[in-house]
Design a protein around this ligand. Sequence first.
Ligand SMILES: [Zn+2]
Ligand SMILES: [Zn+2]
Length: 147
Amino acid sequence: MAGTAGSCLFCQIARSATSTRLLYADERVVAFPDINPSAFRHYLVIPVEHVATVNDLKRGVDDHQLVSHMLNVGQNLLCRDAPESKLYRFGFHQPPFNSVDHLHLHCFALPYIPRWKHMKYISLGSIGFIEAEKLLERIKPLEPIGS
Ligand SMILES: [Zn+2]
Ligand SMILES: [Zn+2]
């Protein structure tokens, strides 16, 4: 794992080892603008700790809290920076459609930028993408049995 993380661009961004301007940072997540925005506002929220893809998230309190936190951070940033856009979308790539192998939440304040409209992000929620709410449902901790 350390080997992968060492050469990972998003790990470097999370450690502030690049010139990328962070919009938000705490001990668990950082947020920054997508370098190739495909919507009016397009941010990425990533965990500081290297997690490769949604397939590496496990059902349970830890990962569920991490993803809820990522979503909260994204929502707050878009509310702050794009209050006039009432349409927000939040989602993750699903392998093999992930562009970077470090988990990242795409946060869009619509409208999409036209050149991208008919390309990958129109399919948010379909095969290449999973909406944040759906992922949260998938990894939601199970009720303790017999309690
Ligand atoms: Zn990484
Ligand atoms: Zn991506």
